[in-house]
Design a protein around this ligand. Structure first.
Ligand code: ACO
Length: 378
């Protein structure tokens, strides 16, 4: 008698594993919504910290709630001496994602309440991460350039403070707004690979820092968050806007994945892309240097060629990569910028997972040798 092989869903494609009240892509509008609000509207009218509050609490804050939330976030920004020393001791050559992963793991080791459960404790830890991760990213950026860190400024908003800590100045409001839009759009996307990783870790009743550390590891890969960095490497490899179509044909023939294109959920275009592209176009118009114009032309040529050759549309990483470059960020920082934002979504999911937990433990179909006796002797 032959055993029936169960249907296999490689990559868990199309598998529904749980319910969530945090976000969804509404089919009728192909639009991502956080707690029911379309991201396009949030990106147009709200700040990133309001969005983090929304993801964690289920509702937008009123004026008083937002003021208190901001005061707490600003107070939590500074790193203690031990963390600063630990990070300063890491090899300068290590990838900024490794620095972030190490930092979050260390925050867990330092926090005596690491294993405490309960929503209030989770929200406090989540806010601590939201406040401190930009400080880690900025300090690491400066360390790689051989520069001293710049302390966070409690008088500056979340996005402004990040520029201040990286570059010692805050750019024009339009640039800050474009960055804030990217943070809002990156903040949450349901059961994506890194969020699912965080939920798997949480489902074993492990702690929040372990879940976020694991999620950072999952985001690092180039099929997920690492794609924004990979987009810029790819554009540098192509080099010339005139070469984009030929380069693409060769790459597709070699069965290469074109970074920043395609999506597991969106098959007819990522609903976050138009708003990010518009904001990026404003940066391009503002910069207007020959180098910027050429990079933007190459970016546009590749997008058109990919849509016409394969019908595969860009995902958020494609315009975000160009925007981050125009803002002056080094390419290896791109995925850490994604982490600074997505930590809001991860931690919302960690809290939701715990609220109605079930251990996540799928099955696999065994394809190894048939049962056999262990050789005797030796
Ligand atoms: N380049 C070339 N071909 C592609 C791409 C791409 N970027 N995306 C999809 N395809 C092709 C596949 O080769 C496949 O073709 P086939 O049926 O002839 O084999 C078909 O489209 C279906 O693609 P899958 O890989 O099955 O789609 P899946 O849902 O598994 O993949 C993924 C989604 C991993 C995002 C894929 O599109 C990809 O590798 N993109 C490049 C990396 C990237 O940009 N990742 C960022 C994701 S979004 C985010 O994290 C914010």
């Amino acid at each position: 008698m032959t055993a029936t092989i169960p249907e296999i869903h490689r990559g868990l494609a199309g598998v529904v594993v749980d319910t969530t009240a945090i976000s969804t892509v509404f089919e009728e509008t192909n639009s991502l919504a956080y707690r029911g609000y379309p991201v396009q509207e949030l990106a147009a009218h709200r700040s990133f910290d309001e969005v983090a509050y929304l993801l964690w609490h289920g509702e937008l804050p009123d004026a008083g709630e937002l003021e208190r939330f901001r005061a707490r976030e600003r107070a939590l920004r500074p790193l203690d001496r031990t963390t600063a020393e630990l990070l300063a001791g890491l090899p300068r050559t290590c990838h900024p994602m490794d620095v972030l992963r190490t930092a979050v793991s260390f925050f867990g080791a330092e926090d005596p309440t690491e294993d405490e459960e309960g929503t209030a404790g989770h929200l406090a830890k989540s806010l601590g991460l939201l406040a401190k991760l930009p400080v880690v990213v900025a300090a690491d950026h400066r360390r790689r350039l051989g520069q001293d860190p710049i302390q966070p400024d409690p008088d500056l908003g979340y996005a402004e403070n990040f520029f201040h800590m990286c570059f010692g100045t805050v750019p024009a409001p339009e640039v800050v707004r474009c960055f804030e839009i990217s943070l809002i759009l990156y903040a949450e996307h349901s059961f994506n690979a890194s969020t699912f990783t965080a939920r798997v870790v949480t489902s074993t009743l492990s702690d929040l820092y372990s879940a976020v550390t694991a999620a950072i590891g999952a985001l690092k890969g180039s099929l997920h968050g690492g794609a924004n960095e990979a987009v810029m490497h790819m554009l540098r490899e192509i080099g010339d806007p005139e070469q984009a179509a030929d380069w693409l044909d060769r790459a597709l023939n070699e069965k290469r994945k074109i970074m920043g294109f395609g999506h597991r959920v969106y098959k007819h275009g990522d609903s976050r892309v138009p708003i990010m592209q518009e904001a990026t176009d404003r940066l391009v118009a503002r910069a207007a240097s020959p180098e910027t114009t050429r990079l933007a032309a190459l970016h546009s040529s590749l997008r058109h060629a990919m849509i016409s050759r394969k019908g595969i549309h860009p995902n958020l990483d494609y315009p975000a990569a160009l925007a981050y470059r125009l803002m002056g960020f080094d390419v290896p920082m791109f995925t850490p910028l994604f982490v600074m934002s997505r930590v809001a979504g991860w931690t919302a999911h960690i809290t939701e997972q715990l609220a109605h937990n079930a251990l996540i433990r799928p099955l696999g179909v065994y394809t190894g040798p048939a049962q056999r006796p262990l050789p005797q002797g030796v």
